[in-house]
Design a protein around this ligand. Structure first.
Ligand code: 5GP
Ligand code: ZN
Length: 113
């Protein structure tokens, strides 16, 4: 997808700090971490947001949720972690390529909104 920041990161044309890669997804450290551990997990296929998840591509999302605990374990998040996906303007989505934030490494605030 042209002009998509995360597609460029996946392609390697914009550098990133990779923590996981397989044929379906890519994970890298957020450039502006909101917690001691802040990793973004993205499908390699361009999906705009949660709104773009369909029966045709939801296996990719299932795979990402199988990978997330493995990343959390590798990052030492035994105490727990949060998984967040911002969808659309009201949620503050700034990059329009589906991504899941993994946040951990401290006791996170409980506020969700
Ligand atoms: P959103 O606000 O769309 O849920 O999350 C986008 C995330 O991408 C933000 O947490 C932001 O810090 C991160 N981000 C934006 N540009 C870059 C970049 O060039 N590299 C990396 N590693 N993260 C980025
Ligand atoms: Zn993209």
């Amino acid at each position: 997808m042209e002009n998509c920041l995360f597609c460029k990161i996946i392609a390697g044309s914009i550098p990133s700090s990779k923590v996981w890669e397989d044929e379906i997804c890519y994970a890298f450290r957020d450039i502006a971490p909101q917690a001691p551990t802040h990793v973004l997990v993205v499908p390699k296929a361009h999906i705009e947001s949660c709104n773009g998840i369909t029966a045709a591509n939801s296996a990719v999302v299932a795979h990402i949720f199988e990978v997330i605990p493995q990343i959390a374990k590798a990052e030492g998040l035994e105490g727990g972690y949060r998984v967040v996906s911002n969808c659309g303007a009201d949620a503050g989505q700034t990059v329009h390529h589906l991504h899941f934030h993994i946040l951990g490494g401290k006791t996170l605030a409980l506020e969700m909104a």
